[in-house]
Write a protein that binds this ligand. Structure first.
Ligand SMILES: CC(=O)[C@@H](O)[C@H](O)COP(=O)(O)O
Ligand SMILES: NCC(=O)COP(=O)(O)O
Length: 255
């Protein structure tokens, strides 16, 4: 069974920096620490409002990352122009609303098929591999396939926000159904949003998942225990779940 990869999202190092308008903490430094601790890639979300990651962070990381950049961005001309300059290894197209606290759902690929397909084509033209951040919904998965994107990233937010074990199992079943379907039609599957140290194992145990992108929980843990330990512990939980070939539902029940 293939090892699962960890993409560390360093957005919220930049959130701390923006809180006071200082030059520290630097997400570029955090990315380097995360890579040395075992991150397989670095995810950064350049939002239209630059509330955390800014253009300087993207430009510097494009030159300094030793693993690879996964640039999350909205499907806009501004962001596509930036991606054409930076040429990240990966780009994940995400929905974005200025008023949202964080990403609230998956990209409506089915409803914006021509726009998203054109964006995928433009990103492919400069060698960027594209992932689409979508809900585990068959119509969205079919639409993602139709755009020509190689990857999808399944939104795990509803699973992460489940309040009861029954709800968590229901969400897990929905995610597994979508992930298995996406894999069956030739899409490569990543997952992310809201994952933390106590809910990651059932998701990491799903064999079709290639990579988990995790940010908020790792950066929050880093504030207490340091980023090196926060990354190493998360990666170990993921590798253990995969190596033990855990049943996701048993893992969700704490077995
Ligand atoms: C798409 C997604 O779930 C996250 O990677 C995204 O970055 C969340 O936005 P914030 O980082 O602004 O919370
Ligand atoms: N795409 C998910 C991601 O990069 C990190 O999301 P979160 O762990 O900060 O919720």
């Amino acid at each position: 069974m293939k090892d699962i990869l960890l993409g560390v999202n360093v957005d919220h190092i930049a959130t701390l920096r923006q809180a006071r308008g200082t030059s520290y903490p630097d997400p570029v430094h955090a990315a380097s620490v995360a890579e040395l601790a075992g991150a397989d890639g670095i995810t950064i979300h350049l939002r239209e409002d630059r509330r955390h990651i800014n253009d300087r962070d993207v430009e510097v990381m494009a030159r300094t990352l030793q693993t690879r950049m996964n640039l999350e961005m909205a499907v806009t001309d501004e962001m596509l122009d930036i991606a054409a300059q930076i040429k990240p290894k990966f780009c994940c197209l995400v929905p974005e609303k200025r008023e949202e606290l964080t990403t609230e759902g998956g990209l409506d690929v089915a409803g914006k098929l021509v726009k998203v397909s054109d964006a995928v084509l433009r990103l492919h033209s400069h060698g960027t591999t594209v992932s689409l951040f979508i809900d585990a919904d068959i119509a969205q998965i079919d639409a993602a396939k139709a755009t020509g994107a190689a990857f999808i990233e399944i939104h795990t937010g509803q699973y992460a926000e489940a309040e009861t074990e029954a709800e968590m199992h229901e969400e897990l079943a929905r995610l597994i159904k979508g992930i298995e379907y996406a894999d069956s039609i030739g899409l490569k599957v990543n997952a992310g949003h809201g994952l933390h140290y106590f809910n990651v194992k059932p998701i990491a145990a799903i064999p079709q998942i290639i990579e988990l992108n995790i940010g908020h929980a790792i950066i929050a843990r880093a504030a207490i225990d340091g980023l090196d330990k926060a990354v190493r512990d998360m990666k170990q939980l993921m590798l253990d779940a995969r190596a033990m070939q855990l049943d996701p539902f048993n893992a969700a029940s704490g077995h």
